[in-house]
Design a protein around this ligand. Structure first.
Ligand SMILES: [Zn+2]
Ligand SMILES: [Zn+2]
Length: 175
């Protein structure tokens, strides 16, 4: 082989190695982009649960003797009829569950989402159950005919809104 031919071969081989290296780096980048891409992560799951609002530390104390001081800040969650516990995200819609003691005494149906690898529940709608009948649950100002999702003063006339439970005869009852 002539010197020129050897040089040309070395040139060609190093070019090939460089090309492969570039492809390798590009692939690694693509994989990283995929693993970091939130759109490719598993979707949140829609769920409809029947149960009650509980203080999670107190429940964990009762069930497993979790070391919870008697004087603690309540951490409200949802205990479903299947005995599963959910941590409730505090949102505009779920706010009523945290501040209205009347809701904490009711049997409820929460439609919402749970997130992958968690028992975190985001409420999307609230209903109550009385004598086996599902009730729509909301707050209302009679004077202004304004409906809200949380207790407090009416945005219009500033009078306190009333809690309303309206029977929904055809709504199915979850287990
Ligand atoms: Zn508590
Ligand atoms: Zn009003």
């Amino acid at each position: 082989m002539s010197r020129t031919a050897v040089n040309r071969l070395i040139y060609w081989v190093s070019g090939l190695i460089l090309t492969l290296a570039v492809i390798g780096v590009a692939n690694t980048h693509r994989q990283n982009a995929e693993t970091n891409e939130p759109l490719n992560s598993p979707a949140a799951q829609e769920i409809r649960l029947r149960g009650r609002i509980v203080c999670l530390p107190e429940e964990m104390h009762k069930l497993y003797h979790a070391d919870v001081p008697a004087n603690h800040e309540h951490l409200y969650g949802f205990k479903a009829t299947n005995e599963a516990f959910y941590t409730l995200l505090r949102t505009n819609l779920s706010e009523a569950l945290f501040i209205d003691k009347r809701l904490q005494e009711k049997e409820l149906i929460i439609k919402g989402r749970t997130f992958p690898k968690t028992q975190i529940l985001e409420a999307i709608s609230l209903q109550s159950v009385h004598n086996g009948i599902v009730h729509e649950l909301y707050y209302y100002c009679e004077t202004c005919a304004i409906r809200t999702v949380a207790p407090g003063d009416c945005v219009c006339c500033q009078a306190p809104v009333e809690l309303v439970e309206k029977p929904l005869k055809l709504a199915p009852l979850p287990d």
